[in-house]
Design a protein around this ligand. Structure first.
Ligand code: IPE
Ligand code: IPE
Ligand code: MG
Length: 250
């Protein structure tokens, strides 16, 4: 079969089997800066280019859901100056980039504890960006911000209790319905950068059967070709979901 121009550009990648949902732990900003004798905050700033190139690469190959881990519930324990920088940086990033993302048909959403510790002005920017892009459907970009997988499960349990759901009615479906975004499909592929092999409290419920790809690239060096390589690796995997290869009844 003849290849389209796009297929040649993404050599080795089957555009018919692109994962619907890719989630990414953007890690290694501090080490990237340290390697250059720069303050850690410069590493965070350099991560903006990586984020935008990844989003554009994901749009290019038709990924419909992209979830990026930007700030964890544990990251509050970092030095106060770094936390303050990260709040301001994420706020200004939204102001700088939301129009361009909107024009590209990206819906921006935020997963995390929004009413806990996050400065009000940051919440305002998040709300504005989400409202501006709410009707877009080409891709949903979920920024996991002030996000913890355990906190999300705790919040879901609280919501179940508050809704008066009796214990006998609590099952996986009921809990899932109270996650931050019940309409979000589970990630097919999770990418973690910087050579660390851990989940660090990211999407604990949703990652049950995700394929994990780890890369040594530090986040500020990550570009769309790293994303395409990870998708190629994903396409070489065989997902079994606990069943036997091929027909489950064999
Ligand atoms: C990821 O980079 C960004 C955030 C967690 C906010 P790090 O800041 O964790 O960078 P390293 O892991 O220290 O290199
Ligand atoms: C995970 O990275 C959180 C984000 C990328 C926002 P961390 O750097 O915080 O994780 P650990 O400390 O290496 O596990
Ligand atoms: Mg880190």
């Amino acid at each position: 079969m003849c290849c389209s121009v796009d297929q040649v550009a993404h050599e080795g990648l089957d555009l018919e089997r692109v994962p619907a949902h890719v989630a990414c732990v953007m890690d290694g900003n501090g080490r990237w800066a340290a390697e250059r004798g720069l303050p850690r905050t410069e590493g965070h700033a350099a991560g903006e280019e990586a984020l935008l190139d990844t989003v554009n690469g994901a749009l290019e190959i038709g990924i419909e859901w992209l979830t990026m881990f930007a700030f964890s519930t544990e990251n509050w324990h970092r030095p106060r100056d770094e936390v303050r920088y990260l709040m301001g940086f994420n706020e200004s990033l939204l102001v700088r980039r939301r129009d361009e993302l909107h024009e590209k048909g990206v819906r921006i959403r935020f997963a995390g504890r929004r009413d806990w510790r996050v400065p009000r002005r940051v919440i305002r920017r998040m709300d504005e960006s989400a409202a501006l892009t709410a009707a877009n459907r080409r891709m949903t970009l979920t920024m996991a911000f002030n996000y913890g997988g355990r906190a999300e499960i705790v919040d879901a349990v609280r919501a179940l209790v508050a809704a008066g759901v009796p214990a006998a009615r609590v099952d996986e479906r009921a809990l899932h319905a109270h996650l931050y975004f019940p309409d979000m499909p589970d990630p097919d592929l999770v990418i973690r950068t910087s050579g660390e092999y851990r989940i660090s409290n990211f999407l604990l419920w949703q990652l049950a059967y995700s394929e994990l790809v780890f890369t040594d690239a530090l986040w500020p060096d990550f570009r769309r070709h790293h994303l395409f390589e990870a998708v190629c690796e994903y396409q070489r995997r065989e997902r079994r979901f606990g069943q036997v290869r091929g027909r489950a009844d064999r």
